[in-house]
Design a protein around this ligand. Structure first.
Ligand code: TMP
Length: 207
């Protein structure tokens, strides 16, 4: 029986998720809500090892191998972290979840959405986040942010065209699931993004 809430954060690389995650953790602390912050791919010892392989620039893999590894890491994450935490009554905040597979492997790499849906059904059944915050930014803004932070990983090194497809897939999913996925224009000044975020969380999870 799920008691806690499951919130996921999504966006192309450089959308500013990390900053908003820190704000969200602080917000929940102020509300005295026990929470678990986690991420995908990763969140478990095995998942973190898969993450290392998935982000390693030297790895060359078939797009479907990449999709299978993302869902394998997710299966472990659900079993070891997400579901037990929610059952305990904690809230779980995940930096990415299955929408990222539809956006990156589906939109970006061209893996068939039907195949991804089969994997989703296999790994999650009907389980979905209570709320997904999708931070939307133009490709150019995201690219500038990524370049200024660190050396690019296997995804970040992709061309603008790849991220255009990823963003398009995210936007389509936001349209497809408007109740669950809330789009936030993250190209605005930080303070505006934060107040939009707070408004959405209050409205969807505390009313
Ligand atoms: P991060 O940089 O936001 O931690 O995410 C790691 C990378 O993994 C990011 O470039 C997006 C990618 N990714 C996928 O391609 N598919 C997935 O299902 C997930 C969860 C992440």
């Amino acid at each position: 029986m799920q008691q806690g809430k499951f919130i996921t954060l999504e966006g192309i690389d450089g959308a500013g998720k990390s900053t908003h995650l820190i704000w969200l953790e602080d917000f929940l602390r102020r509300k005295r809500i026990n929470n678990v912050m986690t991420r995908e791919p990763g969140g478990t010892p095995l998942g973190e090892q898969l993450r290392t392989l998935l982000l390693d620039q030297r790895q060359i893999m078939h797009a479907e191998t990449e999709a299978l590894m993302m869902f394998a890491a997710r299966r472990e994450h659900l079993d070891k972290v997400i579901l037990p935490s929610l059952t305990r009554g904690d809230w779980v905040i995940s930096d990415r979840f299955a929408d990222a597979s539809f956006a990156y492997q589906g939109g970006g790499r061209g893996v068939s959405f039907d195949k991804l849906q089969i994997l989703e059904q296999w790994v999650q059944g009907s389980f979905q986040p209570d709320l997904t915050l999708y931070f939307d930014v133009p490709i150019e803004t995201a690219r500038q942010r990524v370049q200024s932070v660190k050396t690019a990983d296997r995804f970040e090194q992709e061309q603008d065209e790849f991220f255009r497809r990823v963003r398009e897939a995210y936007l389509q999913r936001a349209q497809q699931f408007p109740e669950r996925i809330r789009l936030i224009d993250a190209s605005r000044p930080l303070q505006d993004v934060t107040s939009a975020l707070e408004g959405i969380i209050q409205e969807t999870l505390f009313n």
